[in-house]
Write a protein that binds this ligand. Structure first.
Ligand code: SF4
Length: 373
């Protein structure tokens, strides 16, 4: 950690070129998870092909200059159907990497053929064993776990590698080892853990006992170190940061500028930095979008993104974090949507989200290190 007041470089302003874009092929989701933040998930608003063509016109030159990804994220992206998703992918150059974040319930052999044909990397959302998936239900309110597992079993039978993303609503000791063992058995090669966030239409609280959250992360490090067969996103980040601190090079870890992570809504609107803000409006900030690719090139929209009123306020918040938070060198200033949905503005600093997912994470890793000296 950097001492309070010690200046950490990096994360100054928003970069004009992203490393990936998030695309919303449809707003629709066939599930209705209790913690979902998406406002329009019951409506099937599909992205027209001209939106993808407009995005590809900016993305293709970026992809020819270096690695570049398009992440298809919904709603449930597979609910757009194979034919439509193929038409949306068609304008992108072959070197663009495609990813889908899916609830897996629609995956069958035909989808696996599609993934192979288009080189799509798959990440499935599953929260652990059956009893940890109570929040995941169909539109009729029925448990979704068996459907999720049916899709995952097709991926496994077909030998397609996949990542997993798990939402943890009540982090505490005892849960992390159980989750890690579950995902070892599931066969994913990458695992991300998201502590549930209060954002979008999900207004459930996310304040937890701090010792519980630290114990959760410490136990997860211990489980991973016992059998490090899965790339465990959060633990690998924090260990890399701890090693950089020890080597005196922590300041090199943060990117020089924030990745704009543009989310392209179904209608072509561009929301930078936080996909969770897409589709919302606020009397002070308007609809949060920085432009629409049907009206201006994506490259041009991103070059002017810092002029979006809420983005300027968020950058002031990042500077406040830099000046006041000893965790800034690890965190880089947190996510815009968490500030907005928790604090009602963008220039605040600590949120429950950053306590759960940044501060306690790093403390959990340090607690594990202390216990295993
Ligand atoms: S978001 Fe939170 S953890 Fe990150 S730098 Fe700001 S106050 Fe610190």
């Amino acid at each position: 950690m950097a001492a309070r007041g010690q200046s950490v470089g990096g994360m100054r302003g928003v970069a004009a070129v992203p490393s990936y874009v998030v695309m919303q092929p449809t707003t629709l989701c066939n599930l209705d998870c209790a913690y979902c933040y998406l406002p329009l998930r019951a409506a099937d608003r599909r992205m027209p092909v001209p939106v993808a063509e407009a995005v590809a016109a900016s993305v293709n030159p970026w992809a020819s200059a270096g690695r570049f990804s398009v992440v298809w994220h919904g709603g449930e992206p597979l609910a757009a159907g194979r034919e439509h998703l193929a038409a949306l992918m068609a304008p992108f150059a072959p070197e663009v990497e495609h990813h889908v974040q899916t609830n897996a319930t629609l995956i069958d052999d035909a989808w696996c053929d599609f993934f192979q044909e288009h080189g799509v990397r798959v990440s499935v959302s599953v929260d652990g064993p059956r009893e940890r998936n109570d929040d995941r239900v169909t539109r009729a309110g029925q448990p979704a776990y068996d459907r999720i597992m049916r899709g995952v079993s097709v991926l496994r039978r077909r030998g397609l590698p996949f990542s997993a993303l798990a939402v943890v609503s009540r982090p505490r000791a005892g849960l992390a080892a159980e989750l890690y063992d579950y995902f070892l058995d599931l066969g994913c090669d990458v695992l991300g853990i998201n502590i549930e966030e209060t954002e979008g239409v999900n207004t459930r609280g996310n304040a937890h006992d701090q010792a519980d959250v630290t114990a959760f992360w410490a136990e997860l490090v211990a489980a991973w170190r016992r059998e490090p067969r899965i790339h465990l996103r959060e633990i690998e980040w924090s260990l890399r940061y701890a090693a950089a601190v020890l080597d005196g090079v922590a300041d090199d870890l943060l990117p020089r500028q924030l990745d704009p992570i543009p989310t392209i809504g179904h209608d072509g609107s561009v929301t930078v930095l936080s996909p969770e803000l897409a589709g919302f409006t606020d009397p002070r900030y308007g609809d949060f979008s920085s432009g629409n690719v049907l009206e201006s090139p994506l490259a041009e929209i991103l070059a002017g993104a810092e002029r979006t009123p809420w983005v300027g306020e968020f950058l002031a918040g990042v500077e406040a974090c830099r000046d006041t938070c000893p965790y800034f060198g690890f965190c880089g200033g947190g996510h815009a949507a968490n500030r907005y949905f928790e604090l009602g503005r963008f220039d605040g600093t600590e949120t429950e989200h950053c306590r759960n997912s940044k501060i306690r994470l790093l403390e959990g890793v340090l607690e594990h290190a202390r216990d295993h000296q």
